[in-house]
Ligand binder design. Structure first.
Ligand SMILES: [Fe+2]
Ligand SMILES: [Fe+2]
Length: 273
């Protein structure tokens, strides 16, 4: 069994020191890897990242994270990344990493993502320079997801984002702000090359469970949505085998059943926000 623990939007700050760690003490026994889906800090100050690093330091399991929009607020995203890298957190931006769990390779592709909206109500690369820059940023990130998914050689394929790849996990948010919460281009990139699970945060008032048009399970793990320190998604062990880059081949029912059957979460309630 491979157990993926995940949470997003922990929004660490100087006033949150010591709040999260008590809820993470059992994490290494409950999961094989811990993924953090962005908005690690309140305003993107490296000093805030140091608070989070203090909470995570010494946990005996691999930790992988992406940055969120809050982590760019002070234009010091690289500093946030460095503080976390110093304690061994893999912070991915259009990159991937592979972790071996009991003989199964778990590949994680990570990127912040960005907005633009969803089918039938999305921004297009047209008009003012600012509008074109907005959508080109999303297109560039979607291309990085495609590139990394195409390269990835692992039995289990996880995509870690901050922004949402589908509309479904935004339910509960004002529809007017959907274009600022995610983009269908992110989901399309994953569908094109195949993944077993996509995790994201950012939509604090959204819904946990969704599915891409190609049938990949999507989970909004924003802490206010989970209402607990993290969720754990479990998969059966998979045999290592020479792999070809995959196209989307899973049916909606396959993906949803697999995640749903093994899913479980920590029973405790989040106190860190
Ligand atoms: Fe957030
Ligand atoms: Fe966010």
């Amino acid at each position: 069994m491979i157990r993926i623990a995940a949470v997003g939007d922990v929004h660490a700050g100087r006033d949150t020191a010591g709040l999260l760690r008590p809820h993470l003490e059992d994490l290494p026994d409950e999961a094989d890897v811990f993924l953090i889906a962005g908005d690690l800090t309140k305003t993107g100050e490296p000093e805030e990242a140091a608070v989070l690093a203090g909470e995570l330091d010494g946990l005996e399991l691999p930790i992988v994270a992406v940055l969120g929009n809050h982590d760019h607020q002070s234009d010091r995203g690289e500093g946030v990344r460095e503080v976390l890298a110093d304690i061994g957190v893999h912070v991915l931006e259009g990159e991937s990493t592979t972790i071996e769990v009991g003989g199964t390779r778990v590949g994680i592709v990570g990127a912040k993502g960005f907005g633009g909206g969803f089918e039938g109500a999305c921004a297009t690369e047209f008009g003012e320079a600012e509008m074109k820059a907005f959508i080109r940023h999303t297109q560039g990130i979607a291309r990085s997801l495609e590139r990394e998914l195409e390269r990835l050689q692992s039995e289990l394929r996880i995509v870690l984002l901050h922004y949402a790849p589908v509309r479904e996990t935004l339910l509960g948010e004002h529809p007017e702000i959907y274009p600022f919460l995610g983009s269908y281009l992110l989901g399309e990139a994953c569908d094109r090359h195949g993944a077993d699970l996509i995790l994201h945060g950012h939509a604090h008032h959204g819904t946990e469970k969704g599915l891409t048009p190609g049938g990949i399970g999507v989970r909004n793990v924003a802490q206010p949505v989970l209402r607990k320190p993290y969720a754990v998604y479990a998969f059966e062990d998979r045999q290592q085998a020479p792999l070809e880059p995959r196209r989307a081949e899973r049916t909606p029912s396959d993906a949803d059943t697999e995640i749903g059957r093994h899913e479980r979460g920590s029973a405790r309630t989040a106190a860190a926000r």
